[in-house]
Design a protein around this ligand. Structure first.
Ligand code: HEC
Length: 184
């Protein structure tokens, strides 16, 4: 029995495996890592302490998109508009623009009045992000839809479009019957 033990703990005659306590620094590293992981996980998932990073990222993306809009001179790539429609700050800005500038003709909830229902799936001038952007930017003068680009500027037109993308297809109750081509 004691022979067996010796065989396990002595190698090449002079290499002896001892049973010392783990070094303190090593234990600190291990337990510190475990505690850090637990605290980090809790802060990230339960408290949302790092959510602010997402907001900063979104705000930066927003300003990049808006720069694109300004340089694009009345057109923005669809991906940029879709990204804006997912950025709460842009959607909120668009919602305010809509309430102050568009609600008189399109109704406060977008259900339509003088202007068509913007919450259904039917579009006179196309329902793709870039179509909606051009409708808002350039208007349809002959039909009573003003061109908002020159008045509001690219940023607000982009924000209003982002907002419209969030209400598109929501079919608010009591909305104006669909006009144009069904296209979601
Ligand atoms: C003076 C009334 C009026 C105001 C204000 C107005 N619109 Fe319009 N809008 C219209 C009319 C009328 C049409 C339909 C044009 C047509 O028949 O071709 C229209 C069409 C549209 C369309 C195209 C809908 C489709 O079916 O293709 C969009 C998008 C739109 N408006 C967004 C807006 C936004 C955003 C604002 C505010 C910035 C706004 N409108 C303000 C009257 C208005």
């Amino acid at each position: 029995m004691s022979d067996e033990k010796e065989q396990v703990h002595v190698y090449d005659d002079d290499l002896v495996e001892e049973d010392n306590a783990l070094p303190l620094w090593w234990q600190y590293a291990l337990y510190g890592g475990v505690v850090f992981a637990a605290v980090y996980w809790f802060a990230e998932h339960q408290v949302g302490a790092f959510a602010a990073q997402d907001v900063v990222y979104q705000e930066e993306m927003l300003s990049v998109r808006l720069e694109q809009a300004k340089r694009g001179g009345g057109s923005l790539p669809p991906e940029a508009l879709i990204a804006l429609s997912k950025a709460p700050a842009a959607v909120e800005q668009g919602k305010q623009v809509f309430a102050s500038t568009c609600a008189s003709c399109h109704r406060a909830d977008g259900g339509g009045n003088i202007g068509p229902n913007l919450t259904d799936g039917a579009w006179l001038h196309g329902g793709k992000p870039e179509n909606i952007y051009s409708s808002v930017h350039d208007g349809v003068a002959a039909k009573g839809m003003p061109a908002w680009g020159p008045q509001l500027g690219e940023e607000k037109v982009a924000a209003a479009t982002a907002y419209l993308l969030t209400i598109k297809g929501t079919n608010v109750p009591g909305g104006k019957p669909p006009q144009g081509t069904e296209e979601l």
